[in-house]
Design a protein around this ligand. Structure first.
Ligand SMILES: *Cc1c(COP(=O)(O)O)cnc(C)c1O
Length: 419
């Protein structure tokens, strides 16, 4: 921690502890203290820590070849792409190392296709207010909070934001100069807000009508997080391009852009590439992760444990009046507070629980897919203790609309445990 304070770039504020290892849903710090992890490395550790089959896969591939470059085939890119195509309904896959890079690939593909088919005018990109798509220049240009963007301006030109779930605003901004609309099927960083069925449907109609790309950012909500393979699978009409990353290799860095043939066919050798993306170790682990999901029937577990979690939270909401709403699906849950969330996160840490707070007032829960009923019960029990303790302190009431200045003002929602 001393070296980190002196030598690391100052981009994160961290608590005074070091996590050294984990097992299942628990993480251990340098003093050997256990923490129940309901953050999962920000939606990455879908199988928790040290899953025996992942450990075996990593050991095996570490002794073979961890990298061969994309100038050559490796044994896992093809089979993993085949499985991702089957899960998603897309036709072709491009691998990256991160979510932001997968967003970049999607943007470049949408621009290239529009230019190939229609010339230079079709370059505009729509994104949604309250969105988060990553920190590289392209992805950042689509990311809504002004504090992330402003220090780095000028960003990529041609991006406009549409009011969240506002069909009229979408229609007013859509025309033949649009090459893509990018949206998180369920906004993650933004506080767990699902895109509405009517908005998605209209976006699908308009993109089809104007031959633009409907791009679903499923980096956080995809690959089983909602209890479905992909969050968009309950919405009417499929996207043209799907972007995934976080849990794809369950803790090893790997992202991917999936696309239909109509879009992917624009790419030719040399147009896009990456040195590390899709390496044999990462792809072997991702393939094993998806096999484990099938073998251990984890989608069903996500749905069932997610229901238990929301029921437990709904019971707490009856007890604590600062809980305003519970949002989300499966194991992607947001607890909306009327007060600042940071003191709850800090107190939870003291009580051996990891969770996080996004947009000042939303507690965000993203536990591993392998979480058990007893873990959910224990989490709710400890959260009850945390709420009771923090309630006694002087809580700062946050006017969400004011605090989020550049964020959309939302109508007041009634307390409801959704799904
Ligand atoms: C995390 C995230 C990203 C960025 O992924 P990185 O791997 O951090 O680059 C993009 N979109 C969504 C929805 C995310 O949750």
């Amino acid at each position: 921690m001393r070296d980190a304070a002196k030598y690391l770039a100052n981009t994160y504020k961290r608590p005074e502890l070091v996590f050294t290892h984990g097992k299942g849903c628990e993480l251990y710090d340098h003093r050997g203290r256990a923490y129940l992890d309901f953050l999962g490395g920000i939606a990455v550790n879908a199988l928790g820590y040290a899953h025996p089959r992942l450990v075996a896969t990593i050991r095996r591939e570490a002794g073979r070849a961890t990298h061969v470059s994309n100038l050559f085939h490796n044994p896992f890119q093809g089979p993993l792409a085949k499985k991702l195509a089957k899960w998603s309904g897309m036709d072709r896959v491009f691998y990256t190392n991160s979510g932001a890079e997968a967003i970049e690939a999607a943007l470049k593909l949408a621009r290239a296709r529009a230019r190939t088919k229609y010339g230079e005018k079709k370059t505009r990109i729509l994104a949604l207010e309250n969105s988060f798509h990553g920190r590289t220049f392209g992805a950042l240009s689509l990311t809504w909070p002004i504090k992330y963007r402003q220090p780095f301006e000028p960003l990529v030109p041609g991006v406009e934001f549409v009011k969240f779930n506002d069909v009229a605003d979408l229609e007013s901004k859509f025309d033949d100069t649009i090459c893509a609309i990018v949206m998180e099927t369920i906004q993650g960083e933004g506080g767990i807000y699902p895109v509405s069925e009517s908005f998605w449907k209209r976006a699908r109609e308009l993109t089809t009508q104007h031959d633009a790309a409907l791009i679903a950012d499923e980096i956080q909500c995809g690959l089983g997080r909602t209890g479905r393979a992909f969050a968009y699978q309950k919405l009417p009409g499929a996207p043209d391009i799907v972007v995934i990353a976080k849990p794809l290799a369950a803790g090893v860095p790997l992202g991917a852009m999936l696309a239909t043939e109509s879009f992917a066919s624009v790419l030719a050798p040399g147009m896009h590439g990456t040195t590390f993306g899709g390496g044999p170790l990462a792809c072997a682990v991702a393939l094993e992760f998806l096999n484990i999901m099938e073998d251990e029937k984890l989608l069903a577990n996500v749905r069932e444990r997610g229901k238990e979690l929301r029921e437990g939270l709904a019971a707490l909401a009856k007890k604590y009046n600062f809980i305003k709403e519970i949002r989300g699906e499966g194991l992607m849950v947001g607890v909306q507070l009327s007060v600042e969330g940071a003191p709850f996160v800090a107190e939870a840490l003291k009580n051996g629980v990891l969770m996080n707070c996004t947009h000042e007032t939303t507690l965000r829960l993203l536990p591993p897919y392998i979480v058990k009923s007893k873990d959910v019960k224990e989490f709710i029990r400890r959260l009850d203790t945390v709420f009771a303790k923090v309630q006694k302190s002087n809580l700062k009431t946050v006017d969400t609309a004011q605090a989020q200045k550049s964020e959309p003002v939302r109508e007041t929602r009634t307390l409801a445990a959704t799904r």
